[in-house]
Design a protein. Structure first.
Length: 360
């Protein structure tokens, strides 16, 4: 599976600023030289209809969207990372192996848990989509295929909020009429060279012999194009790396700043996070609470512990104390969503205390 979060930065901004839904939204990287200097990072699909693409100058985007009522936002990296972290944690739990390839995309290997059955993989994909929209309010598009290459191409087929499944016997027919530019790694220069060779579709690319491709594009790229045109890819989904942090976040029944009302959910999230630590045989040295307010601004408060722990009571009580301190420091804050995050993770190694040493 390839999971791709739809127009991710812009979608995060829509969630934070609900009044911009239904109009073009552009997220920009401002250089600071002038008011409009910099480039577009991403945009929602309404803005794309006007020809706005990632990488074009902000001034050009504003000209294209002149009469549209478009809203331009500066990059808000902490917001995007917070949402991405929640999504990636959902995905980690859903695969036999997990590979994050960017803030807004990841691969999952699901062959073992589905016994290689594509209908079961489709069920998992639908469950993932439901969980991500429920917990993080983000839509995603998923491609399911026999390998990473075809899965990535498939995830782009029905954006946004799409699900495309390509079974082994369907790979050739699925790829054949697609433009060669849909192959990952085929940029403008490669596309232009292929055009000079009268190659526009993946089917046409598949008719070009390996020696010609190698002569034109070099050994590595030429060999890759030959295999990609046939839907061949044997690169595995890399086994999940040990996370550097773990978190759980959820929406309160209603916006509130009443601590007793928040504590049951906060404790449940702390317990769940501790369970994840124990599953991985890890400890944490830092505990933090996450508070997303009714204006969708994100706040965190953390505490470094005296020693690494995976003790449920310590993590729960620390989270409760931190939320109490946060509410006291923000007298007007009304919390919409709350969460618990543990970080500075490690796996105990060797002799950890004198009791173990004496037993040796």
């Amino acid at each position: 599976m390839h999971v791709d979060l739809d127009y991710f930065y812009a979608q995060c901004e829509e969630n934070k600023n609900p009044h911009v839904r239904g109009i073009p939204v552009v997220v920009c990287v401002y250089s600071g030289r002038t008011e409009d200097s910099g480039v577009v990072s991403t945009s929602n699909y309404l803005a794309r209809k006007y020809g706005v693409k990632a990488g074009i100058p902000i001034a050009r985007a504003k000209k294209l969207l002149e009469s549209s009522g478009a809203i331009f936002f500066p990059m808000n990296r902490p917001l995007y990372e917070q949402v991405s972290e929640g999504v990636m944690e959902i995905l980690r739990e859903r695969g036999d192996a997990f590979e994050k390839v960017g803030i807004d995309e990841a691969y999952l290997e699901v062959s073992i848990r589905t016994n290689g059955k594509f209908d079961q993989a489709e069920n998992i994909a639908n469950e993932i989509k439901r969980q991500i929209i429920t917990e993080e309010q983000i839509t995603c598009s998923i491609g399911i295929a026999p390998n990473k290459l075809v899965a990535k191409i498939a995830s782009d087929e029905r954006k946004p909020d799409g699900l495309t499944m390509v079974k082994p016997e369907e790979v050739h027919s699925f790829l054949s009429e697609l433009p060669a530019s849909r192959i990952p790694g085929v940029g403008k220069k490669v596309e232009d060279k292929l055009g000079q060779m009268q190659v526009k579709t993946i089917a046409q690319l598949s008719t070009i012999s390996p020696p010609i491709l190698v002569e034109t594009f070099g050994k590595n790229l030429g060999g890759y194009l030959f295999q990609a045109a046939r839907g061949e890819d044997d690169e595995p989904v890399k086994e999940r790396e040990q996370p550097t942090q773990l978190s759980r976040i959820a929406t309160l029944k209603r916006n509130t700043r009443d601590l007793p009302e928040m504590l049951p959910l906060l404790s449940e999230l702390a317990n769940s996070t501790t369970a994840k630590l124990k599953e991985r045989s890890m400890t944490c040295k830092s505990v933090a609470i996450i508070a997303i307010l009714n204006d969708l601004s994100i706040h965190t408060k953390s505490k470094t512990l005296e020693q690494p722990t995976a003790d449920e009571k310590i993590i729960v009580s620390t989270a409760q104390e931190l939320m109490k301190e946060f509410l006291e420091s923000m007298p007007s804050a009304t919390v919409r969503r709350t969460g618990v995050k543990v970080s500075t993770l490690s796996k105990p190694t060797g002799q950890t205390d004198i009791t173990n040493f004496l037993k040796a």
